[in-house]
Design a binder for this molecule. Structure first.
Ligand code: SF4
Ligand code: SF4
Length: 284
């Protein structure tokens, strides 16, 4: 079972939900796909061990062979190649590694070389049944998706894999949610929360992934999220209250299921609901 935990905006409690769900289940994988700012390990405190670099192939130009025909620049959809009056200029950080320019060059003036853009680490902790994989995108690198895809290659299909997605609705979110059995959308009852939830719902609906909503800091704002979910027939899977005790545990980096056993039960119920939805659709 592969469950993505996503949100239309940052700071809604997505990581809190992902980590508490994994701990409540007792045995699970967490894949921290929020690769620009991975922070699941703030709650787990594991020792991290490097698994591998994430590399993409980028073009390199042999200007001696180039005839300035401009085909590579015309082909590149990402503006990573510019044809200047007397030269071809490559912008490796804009390159998405599609390999098209190498293929189209009639002079074989473009070759590909590897460039590292991030790394994958594994979190280990003796006697712990929660396995953590974390991806980190190097500072200044614009493309999170290759790191996310490589991170997801570590998913163990025999257990429950919980994916902590990046916030928002950009390509990196789509990369992290694609292929999941279910998506939990975490939101908060504020006007911003509603606005960004609506965008996130559009994305998962387009991707045809079953989903439900967790309302975090419930009681903080108004009832518009509830109204929206009712109107759109979206299940509200859980309401986490705007609660001082939970906030204090959060500030200390303690998953609140560890200190509040009732929430362990609540998260297990949430998982049961997800399992039923997935089975109903003929999934895992
Ligand atoms: S590999 Fe693809 S994205 Fe990169 S420069 Fe060539 S055409 Fe553009
Ligand atoms: S396609 Fe090849 S020959 Fe043509 S401009 Fe690009 S690098 Fe030069």
């Amino acid at each position: 079972m592969k469950i993505a935990v996503a949100s239309g905006k940052g700071g809604t409690g997505k990581t809190t939900v992902a980590v508490n769900l994994a701990i409540a289940l007792g045995s699970a994988q967490i894949l921290d796909c929020d690769v620009e700012e991975p922070n699941c390990n703030l709650f787990l405190g594991y020792d991290l061990e490097k698994q591998e670099d994430v590399e993409i192939m980028v073009p390199e130009l042999d200007s001696g062979k180039c005839t300035l025909c401009g085909r590579c620049a015309d082909l590149c959809q990402y503006n990573a190649i510019a044809k200047l009056p007397r030269s071809i200029r490559l912008f490796p950080k804009l390159c998405h590694g599609c390999g098209g320019c190498t293929l189209i060059c009639p002079e074989k003036a473009i070759i590909e070389k590897r460039r590292s853009i991030g790394l994958i680490e594994k979190g280990t902790n003796e006697n712990c049944s929660i396995e953590l994989f974390q991806g980190t995108l190097d500072i200044g690198e614009p493309m999170a998706s290759p790191v996310i895809r490589q991170l997801q290659a570590h998913i163990d299909e025999s257990t429950v894999a919980i994916i902590d997605s990046p916030p928002g609705t950009a390509c990196s979110v789509i990369a992290s949610v694609a292929g999941m059995d279910y998506c939990v959308l975490v939101t908060e009852p504020t006007p911003f929360g509603l606005n960004d939830l609506v965008l996130a719902v559009e994305v998962v609906r387009q991707m045809n992934i079953p989903f439900g909503v967790v309302i975090n800091r419930n009681g903080l704002g108004d009832g518009r999220i509830e109204d929206y979910c009712r109107t759109e027939s979206i299940p509200v899977l859980m309401r986490i209250p705007f609660d001082r005790d939970i906030a204090v545990l959060y500030s200390k980096g303690i998953p609140f299921v560890e200190a509040m056993p009732i929430w362990k039960e609540n998260f297990r119920e949430l998982y049961k609901h997800i399992s039923k939805s997935v089975s109903y659709r003929g999934g895992v």
